[in-house]
Design a protein around this ligand. Sequence first.
Ligand code: NAP
Length: 253
Amino acid sequence: MTSGDQDAYVVVTGGSRGIGAATARVAAQAGYNLALTYKSNQSAADAVIQAVEEEGRRAVAQPFDMATGNVEELFQTFDAAGLGRLHGLVNNAGITGPIKCLTEIDQAMLDDLFRINITSLMLCMKEAALRMSTARGGAGGAIVNVSSRAGQLGGAGEWIHYAASKGAVDTLTEGAAKELGGEGIRVNAVSPGLIETEIHAAAGAPERLEKMVGGVPLGRAGAAEEVAEAIVWLLSGKSSYVSGANIAISGGR
Ligand code: NAP
């Protein structure tokens, strides 16, 4: 499939703001229906639904906390939403946790971070694979995991906890691409660099992009839409021979 069709939908976790919201809008333009999750910002989710509907596509949004929610039940909710068959999953929801050195971290923070960024992400991959696998009667599909350049750069002095969680995402992408390739499912990752969203302020560092942009070869931060375009390409048939890839979207950083 080179673009979406009336009967196919894509799950985008964390689809209410930032990269997830941009992905939902670009995916709707490509013809997909959307099943979104968000944590608590319903008005932001509603605005994304409206934008999707303005593209002539259908969308639902489900409040879902990746730190505590039941992923199996989440996908059952989407099964019943009448959006068609599941074509793809964009595992986008993620947090950085606070800016802290290794010697300042604590277990509660790590438990929360790894549950959101790794455990629930992996369970979403499982539920999507169960539905899309050609070995199980599905039509195949695509999974895109939103990793981070931090996974390769290490996050030293800021958040090696976050970087470690994204390193795990990279490994999951590699392994799942090998495991699911024979079942018609391509699995890829994108690794954004410094992207203009609210995640930096949420980590307690609203000035972070301004301070770090000097280290970006292209000389600027990226926009969420620039990540979304790559994600939707990876969902589409235009990337039909791409699996196990991890695309840096980082202005060269
Ligand atoms: P963002 O602007 O902070 O948006 C986060 C999204 O995730 C929102 O939709 C939010 O829902 C949802 N969310 C937050 N905590 C959640 C939880 N516990 N359970 C479920 N959903 C939750 O983030 P972003 O910058 O777009 O980041 C998206 C992804 O890109 C993340 O995986 C991040 O690690 C990755 N990334 C971002 C950058 C960057 O510079 N921005 C760089 C590299 C990688 P609400 O709206 O309800 O709060």
